[in-house]
Write a protein that binds this ligand. Structure first.
Ligand code: SF4
Length: 393
């Protein structure tokens, strides 16, 4: 599942380390156990984890970003004592990644634990500055019911558009309809690997078992979500750098665009101790070119035939109109974080440091890149090598 680095310094573990406490309201009736009396940890739905950036935005933690920018995309993550049942090769939450679940990072970001009701209160108090809310499910038997519970709590207090980054093994069409009826605005599917072979290798045929992660099931959930929520209300997270070719990515962008489904780009960012910890990130040039390619497909109507690939599937030429390519390559928006929009279509979910460390160049920008940033991006992109009619910046 996709959603960087211990990006910010957060001096407190909100909610503290996991400890035993009495059951909350969302858990009623579902964990009947013989004596001794059932005990409960700080788990969902009464507790959730939030991204470090979200913790700062809502005043749960102190810290600052390396650059100043407005931040209103709040990301929540379900929390269970036994974590996520899946074992994806690149994920910080994978079952076989060493360490206690509560100490694990997710997309290399620390996710502090907070009480759900307190979180909703803070959201309501900060509603003017919020742009997008998102609950990330994990593969767990309780994930769907708990996601509905948390959605109701949020929807009763806050109107900010809400996405669910779903765990497909836990869903069917009826459940997707239920999420929509509760006021969920968009559904994200963490496809991550864009070919069936890579999906199987990294997510299905894995040491602790895939826990129901199947390529066909993921696409079924994409299809069902598209039918239930309508055009441009579903997105697939796609990761650059898991072993796919440029052609694989472009074909995926086109396939999704043709169905009015967004592709959201993530750059593979190795999690320490994960099975892919030693796999190198994609070079910046390739990453920038995939950002540009995705934009040309999604916003400018490019088809696969307008991209030339070599025998290894690497992008070598752009055959589209030079002025369109030039305009896109000069547009900062193309290089901003790809995510669900805010109410007026502005970038909503901006996940700072989701694809890079604070010490590294921004892979995607949670703000509009400056003129200086654009000069650097143009160097990294070298678009004139792909499209000789485009001037060198
Ligand atoms: S892009 Fe959308 S679905 Fe993905 S994490 Fe952000 S809000 Fe959630």
């Amino acid at each position: 599942m996709t959603t960087g680095e211990r990006a910010v310094s957060i001096p407190v573990m909100i909610g503290g380390p996991i400890e035993r406490r009495s059951a909350g309201r969302g858990a009623q009736g579902r964990r009947s156990q013989p004596s001794p009396a059932p005990m409960q940890t700080q788990i969902s739905p009464d507790w959730v984890r939030i991204s470090g950036a979200s913790a700062i935005a809502l005043g749960f933690a102190s810290g600052r970003f390396t650059r100043q920018f407005a931040f209103g995309g709040i990301n929540l993550l379900l929390n269970y004592e036994d974590g996520c049942r899946s074992d994806c090769a690149y994920c910080g939450l994978a079952r076989t990644r060493p360490g206690a679940y509560e100490d694990k990072s997710f997309i290399r970001v620390d996710w502090p634990l907070v009480e759900t009701d307190q979180l909703v209160e803070r959201m309501a108090a900060c509603r003017e500055s919020l742009t997008r809310l998102c609950i990330s499910m994990v593969t767990s038997a309780h994930a769907f019911a708990d996601t509905c519970d948390i959605t109701r709590r949020i929807r009763s207090e806050v109107a900010t558009p809400l996405s669910i980054l779903v765990a497909p093994p836990t869903l069917n069409r009826r459940r997707i309809e239920e999420l929509a009826s509760l006021g969920v605005d968009m559904i994200g599917v963490g496809m991550d690997a864009v070919t069936e072979d890579l999906f199987r290798r990294h997510r299905t045929d894995v040491p602790a078992g895939g826990a129901g992660l199947r390529w066909e099931k993921y696409w079924q959930v994409v299809d069902d979500s598209r039918q239930v929520l309508g055009p441009w209300k579903v997105n697939c997270h796609t990761v650059v750098g898991l072993g796919e070719t440029d052609r694989d990515l472009v074909e995926t962008f086109v396939r999704l665009r043709d169905r009015e489904i967004f592709s959201y780009l993530f750059c593979f960012n190795p999690e320490p101790d994960s099975r892919l910890a030693d796999l190198a990130k994609s070079p910046l040039r390739r990453w920038r070119r995939m950002q540009l390619a995705k934009h040309l497909v999604e916003q400018e109507g490019f088809g696969v035939e307008q991209f030339e690939f070599d025998d290894d599937g690497a992008l070598v030429e752009l055959a589209g109109p030079h002025d369109v390519v030039e305009h896109a390559a000069s547009s900062g928006v193309v290089f901003m974080t790809d995510g669900c929009p805010g109410e007026s279509g502005e970038p909503g979910c901006t996940r700072p440091y989701g694809s890079y460390r604070p010490s590294e160049p921004f892979r995607d920008f949670p703000f509009h890149p400056t003129e200086q940033d654009m000069a650097r991006i143009r160097d990294e992109l070298a678009v004139e090598e792909l499209c000789p009619g485009v001037r060198r910046a």
